[in-house]
Design a protein around this ligand. Sequence first.
Ligand SMILES: C[S@@+](CC[C@H](N)C(=O)[O-])C[C@H]1O[C@@H](n2cnc3c(N)ncnc32)[C@H](O)[C@@H]1O
Length: 234
Amino acid sequence: MHIKSISSYAEYAHYLDKSPTEFKELKDSLTINVSEIFRDPTVWKAFQTRIMPTIIREKIKTSQREVKIWSAGCADGEEAYTIAISVIDALSYNLRAFKIEIVATDIDLQSLDRASQGVYSPTRLKLASHSVLQRFFTPVAGGNLRLCDEVKRLVTFQQHDLFTSAPRSGFDVISCRNVMIYFSRELQQGLFRNFYQALSSGGYLIVGKVESPLGEYATPFKCIDLAERIYQKV
Ligand SMILES: C[S@@+](CC[C@H](N)C(=O)[O-])C[C@H]1O[C@@H](n2cnc3c(N)ncnc32)[C@H](O)[C@@H]1O
């Protein structure tokens, strides 16, 4: 409203109705796309060393060879690629024995475009270890780094609004971090209901450090790690 020199909500609503480009600009400025590769490193340590090995043991026991993960609200792809790198490290030489499917979704098309490119500035990579940078990234023009195809090929990006039904079901893990804090309690409850339905039995839900399953959906999720906000569908 300030940029357009509009002083009342009614006038701005009227302007929005008339201007489809303004609607797009408003949406882009409301979606906060800040993220980093290995944002909150301890979460991904727990995911790699505890959650993934448990999932793999269970898959081997039940002769299943597919692991399905959803990064919901993936911004520029940092979280989805962090998951992919953690999966590669957790599976090690077993990687080829499994079909890994990481579905990464966001409402913001510009973010998804940047995500598919997999090119990041050093500020988005400052939490990645030296060995991760050496192994999975190569320097490109402008001081940026490009992610290698071995990681990129594990991730499929798709536009999706979290307030519609899940892009698929039967996920072993859903990560929705630092997205729900922007929504009201009622909206968050609806999202937890969607995640519960989209998870396989015993599947894991990872949320941000200040987020947690609320209300009627507090019970069907068991807290596996309170500090890292990892929950399990029961
Ligand atoms: C702060 S980023 C979080 C990125 C990443 N999950 C992380 O923790 O670093 C929030 C993302 O949620 C997306 N988002 C906001 N509302 C959404 C919606 N209704 N459906 C899907 N994505 C949404 C935004 O576009 C933005 O990319």
